[in-house]
Design a protein around this ligand. Structure first.
Ligand SMILES: [Fe+2]
Length: 409
């Protein structure tokens, strides 16, 4: 048994708890909302209800183990997501989709069959299914963010925000080596390989992510407001933050969620620029001794005080809320509280090989039209906070929990 190791108990438990997580997210919405399309460039929510199981079944059952299909129509219908340019929305109608109960019974069958077969599949395949599901937990959260409040049924406790704006000093990062990518033998998606080193000149970086308060100055100078801002009654500067379950007065010390284009425009206005992917690695993982850390704070696995991630909140906390997660140089919240846009276009690392069982996963996006994001959001699962993980989005996609910080040479 070389690559095809039996699925460990731990992996089965992780798959079970990932299923519970995605089930619990679907329970946050009213039954009617399942057929709505909160983001024009994405599928209706009903697609995702079938997609998670169809993906697992197509990958583990059909492609890997050659199992016979028991519902070819659903296997195909729920196979792929979409990512058209902004403004090119799909035209399907709610009536084009099957009944929820039918999807639930397909899902139940898939889970039972996957659990029976999983032991025969290589561990890597189960890992792919697991992280695919966890990524969709995040995608689902930001889709749900765009539903009207009355179509959601939870009311978590409010996050406490401070009122007077924190200073955001620049921190010097020494020139040095950044190790990008994942080591052979460890789990990673195809775009994380191969591991390699890059020489990075010294630069200055803002200690904190750019805040709503900082961005407000830019908006007052004529810039467009971010997607997450809304005209509230008592908001700061006339603005409120549209949270997952409620609107709150604009939290001036929370990071501003923006598109890449907005982040670039802000940086230009401030006379600075965005961080590159290798620079992000330097800011996050370098140490004065030279060795790089697995996480900004060191070797310890991600936990509560280090940052806002792994579904600890549905919305951002203030940028200075997690000093325990600071990097060796004192840069804060490099992991969690919002992905960080980098100036680096998404492309292959040297030695890139597409995964044979999912060749389009990364390769379809090596199109010069997506930018790398690093770090993680409040709803990024802990396993994907690893150093080598890369996320990517179009520059004008406004819905994702994406932040930025400033860099100067
Ligand atoms: Fe997917």
């Amino acid at each position: 048994m070389s690559t095809a190791t039996l699925m460990g108990r731990a992996l089965q438990e992780r798959l079970d708890s990932a299923r519970q997580l995605t089930d619990s997210i679907f329970k946050l919405i009213t039954p009617e909302a399942v057929y709505s399309r909160p983001i024009p460039e994405r599928h209706r929510l009903v697609f995702y209800l079938g997609h998670l199981e169809a993906f697992d079944w197509n990958l583990i059952g059909r492609k890997t183990l050659g199992a016979a299909s028991f519902h070819p129509e659903f296997d195909k219908l729920f196979e792929f997501g979409i990512d058209p340019p902004v403004g090119q929305a799909a035209t399907d109608q709610p009536a084009d989709w099957p009944d929820i109960e039918e999807i639930h019974s397909y899902n139940r069958l898939v889970r039972a069959r996957v659990d029976q077969l999983a032991d025969q599949a290589p561990e890597q395949i189960i890992h792919v299914a697991l992280e695919h599901r966890l990524m969709h937990a995040e995608t689902l959260a930001y889709l749900l963010h765009n539903l009207p409040f009355d179509q959601k049924v939870a009311s978590p406790p409010a996050i406490i925000h401070s009122g007077s704006r924190v200073a955001n000093p620049m921190i010097e990062i020494a020139p040095g080596i950044a190790t990008l990518g994942q080591r052979q033998g460890e789990f990673g998606w195809d775009n994380e390989f191969s591991e390699h080193q890059v020489n990075v000149p010294g630069f200055g970086v803002s200690k904190f992510k750019i805040t709503n308060g900082e961005y407000l100055d830019f908006e007052r100078a004529g810039a467009e407001p971010p997607h997450f801002w809304t005209r509230g009654v008592d908001g700061v500067g006339g603005w409120s933050y549209r949270g997952m379950f409620a609107e709150i007065p604009l939290p001036v010390n929370a990071p501003v969620y923006v598109t890449y284009a907005q982040a670039v425009a802000y940086a230009r206005w401030a006379g600075k620029r965005l961080i590159t992917e290798p620079e992000f690695h330097r800011a996050a993982y370098e140490t004065p001794e030279g060795a790089e850390r697995p996480y900004p704070w060191g070797r310890a696995e991600p936990d509560g005080p280090r940052g806002n991630f792994d579904f600890s909140h549905w919305d951002p906390v203030d940028v200075d809320a997690n000093p325990a997660g600071d990097s060796a140089s004192g840069v804060s919240q490099l992991v969690g509280n919002g992905w960080e846009w980098t100036a680096t276009k998404f492309g292959p690392f040297p030695g890139f090989q597409p995964m044979p069982f999912y060749p389009g996963y990364s390769q379809n996006f090596f199109d010069e039209e997506h930018y790398v994001m690093k770090g993680g959001s409040p709803v990024t699962a802990a396993c994907m906070l690893r150093r080598s993980f890369r996320n990517w989005f179009r520059p004008n996609y406004p819905y994702v929990y994406a932040t930025f910080r400033l860099v100067e040479d």
